[in-house]
Design a protein. Structure first.
Length: 301
């Protein structure tokens, strides 16, 4: 099935979502060039499914770009919907295709028992709102798994571009997207109302033979920066050659990808619940086998 994405305001937040949709559409023809990186990130995320005995029957693949949906089906999940901002990308993603904006998900409450977003939420303007919609689309006790590129992603490229542009123009425009921190990810899960929220940091090692290979992979995946605050002037003639020359000083180009891994469950009646304050039946000191002392009291000699 194909559903047109809802029309959302394109001028709010740091990211130009209309520009991103156009780049995603063009990338549908080249995404295979970036497959190794996307596959590595998807495998790292989906390994988290091995930590639960829960069996899933209906999954939503958000922005998987052809690597997530086939892996979900290989795990025995028969019904997989693949949603993407660009219809062309949704059609090749491997599940039932739905063109949809992550900020305006067209799914009813309780539609899925698993939602997976592998490297697809970092350019969402209203990420808290998107996470709330994802939680609502989950059935009670449904699982949400996501990875986002973390702070430090593409740092060598960011620094090379900024240094060369500063030399050429006396200042640097933003040319690499901002990325969240681990603290951001943890706070977002709690704010969205997920139960048992966990955010942790992992890493995907990546290297390219040349700086040009790095830029070509970013373009092939539709991952060029799509910022409202981007410099719309023609870049200085020497900007990219100068930045590539700086990066070429170290070959291969190592650009490890810090991955923020987010895990959360839709609230359900059978989940473990925290004990009520004051309901403990034994003292912590007794449980630990130590002597209890008042604050500031010195230990006996």
């Amino acid at each position: 099935m194909a559903v047109s994405p809802a029309s959302a305001p394109g001028s709010l937040g740091p990211f130009d979502r209309r520009l991103l949709a156009r780049r995603r559409a063009r990338a549908a023809a080249t995404i295979h060039r970036a497959a190794p990186l996307l596959e590595g990130a998807a495998d790292l995320l989906l390994d988290r499914l091995d930590d639960t005995t829960r069996r899933f029957t209906a999954a939503l693949d958000l922005g998987g770009r052809g690597v997530v949906a086939p892996r979900l089906r290989a795990r025995g999940i028969d019904f997989v919907v693949s949603a993407d901002l660009a219809p062309a990308m949704a059609r090749i993603a491997g599940g039932e295709p739905v063109a949809a904006d992550e900020e305006w998900l067209p799914f009813g409450a309780g539609s899925f028992d698993l939602v997976v977003a592998s490297l697809s939420l970092h350019t969402v303007n209203d990420l808290p709102g998107a996470l709330i919609q994802i939680r609502r689309a989950l059935r009670p006790d449904g699982l949400f798994l996501a990875t986002l590129p973390g702070l430090g992603t593409l740092q060598p490229l960011r620094e090379a571009l900024a240094a060369v542009e500063d030399e050429l123009r006396g200042g640097a425009a933003p040319r690499v997207s901002p990325f969240p921190t681990l603290q951001d990810a943890a706070a977002l899960l709690q704010r969205a109302g997920f139960a048992l929220p966990v955010a942790d940091l992992d890493r995907l090692d990546a290297a390219w033979r040349s700086p040009l290979g790095l830029l070509r992979d970013l373009q092939a995946a539709g991952e060029q920066a799509a910022l409202h605050a981007r410099d719309r002037r023609v870049p200085p003639r020497g900007l990219f050659p100068g930045a590539l020359a700086r990066l070429a000083a170290t070959t291969p180009i190592e650009a490890p990808l810090p991955l923020l891994v987010m895990t959360g469950w839709a609230p359900g009646p059978d989940q473990p619940q925290p004990a009520r304050p004051g309901s403990a039946t034994i003292r912590l000191a007794d449980a630990l086998g130590v002597e209890e002392r008042r604050s500031g009291e010195a230990a006996p000699r």
